[in-house]
Design a protein around this ligand. Structure first.
Ligand code: GDP
Ligand code: GDP
Length: 459
């Protein structure tokens, strides 16, 4: 059997260009069954010695008459329905859009394995988008340029097991073939930190907090690096390593800075640095210098991390230099209470990157934070909780009328996102939203993670 490979993604990311590149002049047939699969192109593709069938969904969006989301859902479902793998294309130059996120949600729910392609990645303009693509939770993006034919070797590597698996199935012994094939590169839905899918961590903090020291220490101690970059290429931006049998991918801002140094002044880069690192990561370790007090710049960085919706751990570094430890700890706890409501309960771990103390605690905390970040609360538990809240602490009346909160659900995790159906959301005071978020955090044990709460109007 020939493997079927579907190309999906929002308009303009370069699906047709990729299709044409893979098919060349060998376009075999155009499936133009009216209505259902109009404009769906099927071609015979060749990549090196691999031959497979490729299905392009470009153009479908004009054909259907439903809402944008409905159309996307339909075309994507159709295309990947019987495909062996979906190539999910994003535009690395323009960065992620909400439509990309919607696609990613759809694809995550589908049983079809997904390969994430960051297209238009030629030159430097695509770097930001490439890093952002990690945040989709669909595994490592593969940088390609469909137009210039770059990155096709990487695409070859990940497609090869899929094509081979399909070929094996031809032999009639499907079960054996499937267990024989290594699909680690393809199916990324294993829990983070397991052998298949590394936990992505970024280390941020203001200049001199000790980020480079920490990273060097971690990489120095954990020599067991995996993958081709192992140990040697400290210039690579993402470094794979193994900690206590768990796979971790570390975003190396120090390496990033070395790359950028020629172009810009080092200090100026710290915020841009942090942003790139944060977008890459699932968990962000914010490094603070314990010898100086918590400042606006620390707050800005933590704020950024929370706004981007990442799980947070605070590493209180240079602990070896601190004399009055109780006092220092109390100061950070106070600052956290006062300023960090959005990540209330955040783990604060003391350490010394220089002496290699506390590394295990920090990494342990990162895995814990990741778990909370992924937590899902069932709709029934949520609504039982909401009933209790409404009995004991109902929302204030607006112009004499009670605002009704009817129902609540959690559509998303990473970070936890809750939606409340409400009669007049525009009249609910900010303070009530904060009250609900704090209550959710406490009741369902979600410390240290940003929690999203939004309202949908419904009577
Ligand atoms: P589709 O709507 O997803 O099928 O996107 P197209 O294949 O029609 O491409 C949309 C636009 O992006 C076109 O102008 C292409 O020339 C351009 N494009 C496609 N691939 C690349 C690429 O690798 N690099 C750059 N810079 N542009 C590309
Ligand atoms: P970065 O700018 O955040 O990457 O900070 P560096 O890692 O370059 O560290 C800044 C300075 O703090 C260097 O002189 C380090 O040696 C020192 N430093 C980093 N971590 C520690 C620590 O845990 N204890 C002590 N005493 N010094 C540290």
């Amino acid at each position: 059997m020939v493997a079927k490979v579907a190309i999906v993604g929002r308009p303009n990311v370069g699906k047709s260009t990729l299709f044409n590149r893979l098919v060349g002049k060998r376009l075999a047939l155009v499936d133009d069954t009216p209505g259902v699969t109009r404009d769906r192109r099927v071609g015979e593709a060749r990549l090196g010695d691999l031959k497979f069938q490729v299905i392009d969904t470009a153009g479908l969006e004009e054909a259907a008459a439903h809402s944008l989301e409905g159309r996307m859902r339909k075309q994507t479902e159709e295309a990947i329905g019987d495909a062996d793998v979906a190539l999910f294309v994003i535009d690395a130059r323009s960065g992620l859009t909400p439509t990309d996120e919607t696609f990613a949600d759809l694809l995550r729910k589908s049983p079809t394995p997904v390969l994430l392609l960051a297209n238009k990645a030629e030159g430097r303009a695509g770097e930001g988008g490439l890093l952002e693509a990690y945040s989709l939770g669909l595994g490592d993006p593969i940088a390609i340029s469909a137009e210039h034919g770059e990155g096709l070797a990487d695409l070859y590597d990940v497609l090869r097991p899929v094509v081979d698996a399909a070929k094996e199935r031809e032999g009639g012994d499907a079960a054996v073939a499937e267990t024989d094939v290594d699909v680690d590169d393809v199916d990324e839905r294993a829990p983070a930190g397991s052998a298949e899918r590394p936990l992505r961590i970024a280390i941020v903090g203001r200049p001199n907090a000790g980020k480079s020291t920490l990273i060097n220490r971690i990489l120095g101690e954990e020599r067991l690096l995996t993958g081709p970059e192992a140990g040697i290429t400290r210039d690579s931006i993402a470094v794979d390593w193994v900690w206590n049998d768990r796979h971790v991918k570390l975003f190396d801002t120090a390496g990033l800075r070395r790359k950028a140094r020629v172009q810009e002044k080092l200090e100026k880069l710290s915020v841009a640095d942090a942003l790139r690192a944060v977008r890459f990561a699932e968990v962000v370790i914010v490094t603070l210098d314990a010898t100086i007090s918590f400042e606006k710049q620390d707050l800005q960085i933590i704020d950024l991390v929370a706004r981007e919706g990442r799980a947070v751990v605070i590493a209180l570094n240079k602990w070896d230099l601190v004399e009055d430890r109780a006092e220092a700890m109390q100061a950070v706890r106070d600052a956290s209470e006062r300023y960090l409501n959005q990540i209330r309960g955040v783990q604060i771990v003391t350490m010394s990157g220089l002496h290699g103390q506390g590394l295990d605690k920090v990494l342990d905390a990162a895995f814990k934070a990741h778990e909370v970040w992924n937590r899902r609360v069932s709709t029934s538990r949520l609504n039982r909780w909401l009933d209790g809240v409404l009995t004991h602490h109902p929302p204030p009346a607006a112009s004499g009328r009670r605002i009704k909160l009817r129902y609540m659900t959690q559509p998303k995790t990473r970070p936890p996102h809750f939606v409340v159906f409400c009669s007049k959301p525009e009249n609910l005071p900010e303070s009530y939203t904060r009250y609900l978020v704090n209550g959710l955090r406490e009741t369902f044990d979600m410390p240290g993670t940003p929690i999203r709460l939004s309202y949908r109007k419904g009577d």
